[in-house]
Design a protein around this ligand. Structure first.
Ligand SMILES: *Cc1c(COP(=O)(O)O)cnc(C)c1O
Length: 815
């Protein structure tokens, strides 16, 4: 018995219709009715309905619908090491590919005074359906979970059917754990979709449901979308592959690809297009040979019997047919795949050349395998990062913007007969006109428009920047004799004989999506101390201008000012290290060019109240620099998320603290493209070494390690704070949002500092900083280092029980 596809030789385009068609979607009324019943049952009985249906349909007794933390934690031990390693590699590739899909658009001034911008905001609650049962599709959880995580969806609910013993496949749980997903529900089929749409005691209702499934799951997703206001990823049908093979194709490869699709299910769609009679017959022979050896040969044979092989005259017809078919997967097994690929207009995902089977995209190359079927590739895309976000547009007008745009809107609104629209604009325009006429318009709360040009030193505005050889000629050339390098140089097997990319493009491209900013909003410095210095030099005329600082704070701001012969206005923080309203008021009247804020603040460790900082950003006429060197340790959102709102905002971050890369010397300033443009104009030409750039790229490629690093420090901070609180020498441990603790010691902090030093432990003495009398700053270290520190402080107190009365001065020579 031969199993082969229905074969068509040179059909005329007019006769392609039936060959392009999918089997009529089985819109079974019985399925629809059953799904409605299930929705009703879940609506009425919630969790009880889910348990009953698990018993009835999955033959599984499920007591607790939620997978417990213990079950999640135990899963790893049940998954073979080789499979774990494979999954980790696939996850890394999927993350890399999807992370690159984050684009951040810079705000646009569509006309003077009219700023518009757009931000991607994650869908807040998503449900991921992962088919289970006989073949748990853990790869589906990777394909949906990775982009959901990258998009930042706050609530991710996974539903997957229970196995007969009431458990969930350990591989699925292992993947959930890798992704940090903790809500996994033992529910499958239409009832899982109903629960995600309606919500039950155990299953939170979600905004969007993703994932493949059988006819019942598909019908349930459609019902959820039609009746319950839930979005779904895309319409679903049986999986498909279309292989275009020319005479250069390897028949064994082609046959294997056709069979890999056919084994999915008897309704899988498999199409072979070729312009070679020889390939047609050789593929047929290969299919027969390979089919005989397949465990799922019955399923595959049934699918093949429904599938088609079409012989066409040449590449143009092959491409035309494929585009009309709009396959989910398109394999171009031809000698020159790029040429054909460029002509593809309809397909879910395309696999180029003889060495690229669909199977790599199904699992691990990085692209998503959730793709449009049944010809929907004509208008739908596969799942991507975009599937998990909404794009919100924003706009803000200044007075000038209102005055310029009002006549346009009024004219259009009147012409459409929408008078209220016209009035909404006219009222504002008129109020501005009256204010302008008023004899002495009182100072409004609205800040004067920020004017960067006026802030920049005139000499810098006018100067011609240095142009480096590597910037003047950016292309590749066989012989580069333009930068006076020495082509012989190397260090061991590493070659550093070329000047590095002065614009550091690759590092910025990798950093931008991670921080949700555009590459043009990033300046990279040799440590963040470099942008501090450059900002002072950019704006302050030596001997004339000033900056403002808020002590106690980081020392480099004043140093940068002193180095540049720039005055410093000091406006102390309050007793609890916050910005007072009076300080904001004072700054609003100050002529300082820059105000430096540090949040979390060094050395006090606390975040500054964001409302006060925002107020200051509105009122202060100069640049407001928010130094977030410790921002990754705090739970608060970064000020980078508000760059579009404040044209005078500069955010500083560094790789020295949370990333654990102080030796790299890499600091970052985020600001408007205009400010970044000025910093680039005045920076030293090659301020980041090639080595730093390479290591930074490697670190950015492993950014998923950051939460773990941070967690270790936070755990250490909590431990150390608790440990110190009870020690006799400790008077107060200040709360901290950073990776250090500010601690007030009694009776003599400097004596404690010296006693620690004598024991080989150095901390930072901050006793002379305003508001920090008696205080040392202790960096949180490894658990062993923290223990040594705590032990030493305990010993210092215990060895000298009278210390608290007598003073510790006598201790110093003792240790
Ligand atoms: C450590 C620190 C920096 C310096 O960061 P580098 O990038 O290492 O130069 C900047 N600001 C504050 C507040 C710091 O504590």
């Amino acid at each position: 018995m031969t199993f082969f596809m229905q074969t068509y030789r040179f059909p005329e385009p007019a006769a392609w219709g039936p060959l392009l068609a999918r089997p009529a979607a089985a819109e079974s009324p019985a399925v629809a009715a059953r799904v409605q019943e299930i929705f009703a049952q879940v609506a009425v009985s919630g969790d009880d309905a889910l348990r009953q249906l698990a018993q009835e349909l999955d033959k599984a007794a499920v007591a607790d619908l939620r997978v417990s933390a213990a079950e999640l934690a135990a899963a790893g031990a049940l998954v073979p090491a080789a499979l774990q390693a494979a999954i980790r590699q696939a996850k890394a590739n999927i993350e890399t590919f999807h992370a690159a899909q984050r684009v951040v658009e810079a705000p646009v001034e569509t006309q003077p005074g009219v700023r518009c911008w757009r931000r991607s905001v994650p869908v807040q609650r998503v449900g991921l359906y992962v088919p289970g049962g006989s073949a748990p599709l853990f790869s589906t959880l990777l394909m949906l979970g990775v982009p959901a995580r990258l998009a930042g969806c706050p609530e991710i609910v996974v539903c997957t059917p229970p196995q007969a013993d009431g458990t969930v496949s350990p591989v699925i749980l292992f993947v959930a754990q890798l992704l940090g997903i903790t809500t996994v529900v033992k529910a499958g089929g239409a009832q899982a979709v109903a629960a995600l749409a309606l919500g039950t005691a155990s299953v939170p209702a979600v905004d969007k449901i993703f994932g493949p499934g059988n006819r019942y799951v598909t019908a349930a997703k459609q019902l959820a979308a039609a009746r319950y206001g839930v979005a779904i990823d895309m319409p679903a049908g049986p999986s498909e592959v279309l292989v275009v093979a020319d005479a250069s194709a390897n028949p064994a490869f082609v046959a294997a690809d056709l069979l890999s699709q056919a084994e999915h299910g008897p309704d899988s769609q498999v199409v072979l297009l070729t312009d070679s009679e020889d390939i047609l017959s050789k593929v047929q022979a290969e299919v027969e040979t390979q089919l005989a050896a397949l465990p799922r040969r019955d399923v595959a044979a049934r699918a093949l019997a429904e599938s088609r092989a079409v012989l066409l005259p040449g590449p143009a017809e092959l491409l035309d047919f494929s585009n009309q078919y709009a396959p989910e997967h398109l394999i171009l097994a031809v000698a020159e795949p790029e040429a054909l690929a460029a002509g593809v207009t309809n397909a879910g995902s395309v696999f180029l050349g003889h060495l690229t089977p669909e199977a790599v995209g199904d699992y691990a190359s990085g692209t998503n395998h959730t793709l449009p079927t049944s010809g929907f590739a004509r208008q739908y895309s596969g799942v991507s990062l975009d599937s998990f976000v909404k794009k919100i547009t924003y706009q803000r007008l200044t007075a000038a913007g209102v005055q310029a745009l009002a006549p346009v809107v009024e004219t259009m609104a009147e012409a459409e007969g929408l008078h209220a629209h016209a009035r909404a604009v006219a009222l504002r325009r008129e109020s501005l006109e009256q204010a302008a006429l008023a004899p002495s318009a009182p100072e409004t709360a609205q800040a004067p428009a920020f004017d960067l040009g006026a802030l920049v030193r005139p000499s810098i505005r006018k100067m011609q920047p240095y142009s480096s050889a590597r910037d003047e000629f950016e292309g590749a050339a066989a012989v580069m004799l333009d930068a006076n390098e020495n082509s012989f140089g190397s260090v061991g097997d590493r070659v550093f004989n070329r000047y590095p990319d002065p614009q550091q493009r690759a590092v910025k491209a990798a950093l931008a999506p991670l921080k949700d900013v555009a590459a043009g909003q990033i300046f990279l410095g040799n440590g963040s101390d470099e942008p501090i210095d450059l900002l002072v030099r950019l704006t302050c005329v030596p001997g004339q201008d000033s900056i403002a600082v808020l002590p106690p704070t980081y020392g480099m701001y004043e140093v940068a000012a002193n180095l540049n012969d720039v005055r410093v206005e000091r406006l102390p923080l309050t007793a609890d290290f916050q910005l007072s309203a009076a300080t904001v008021e004072q700054l609003a009247r100050s002529s300082a060019k820059i105000a430096f804020l540090c949040s979390p603040n060094n050395p006090t460790g606390n975040l500054l109240d964001p409302a006060a900082v925002a107020q200051m950003l509105r009122r202060f006429r100069g640049l407001v620099v928010v130094d977030e060197a410790y921002g990754d340790f705090a739970g608060a959102p970064s000020w980078t998320t508000r760059l579009a709102e404040f044209p005078n905002l500069v955010v500083l971050q560094t790789f020295s603290k949370a990333w654990g890369l102080a030796g790299l010397r890499l600091g970052v300033a985020y600001a408007s493209p205009a400010i970044i443009g000025y910093l680039n104009k005045i920076k030293p030409p090659y301020n980041l070494s090639e080595n730093t750039q390479q290591l930074a790229l490697a670190a950015l490629g492993r950014a998923d390690h950051l939460p773990g690093l941070r967690q270790q420090i936070l755990a250490g901070r909590t431990w150390l704070a608790a440990e110190l609180a009870d020690l006799p020498v400790v008077e107060h441990v200040f709360p901290s949002d950073a990776n250090f603790l500010l601690v007030r010691f009694r009776p003599d902090a400097t004596a404690v500092y010296d006693a620690l030093r004598a024991r080989g432990i150095v901390v930072r003495n901050r006793t002379t900083q305003p508001g920090c009398a008696g205080c040392l700053r202790l960096t949180v270290g490894t658990p062993a280092e923290n223990e040594q520190l705590a032990d030493a402080l305990r010993a210092i107190g215990e060895e000298h029980p009278a210390a608290a009365d007598a003073g510790l001065g006598a201790l110093v020579g003792n240790a």
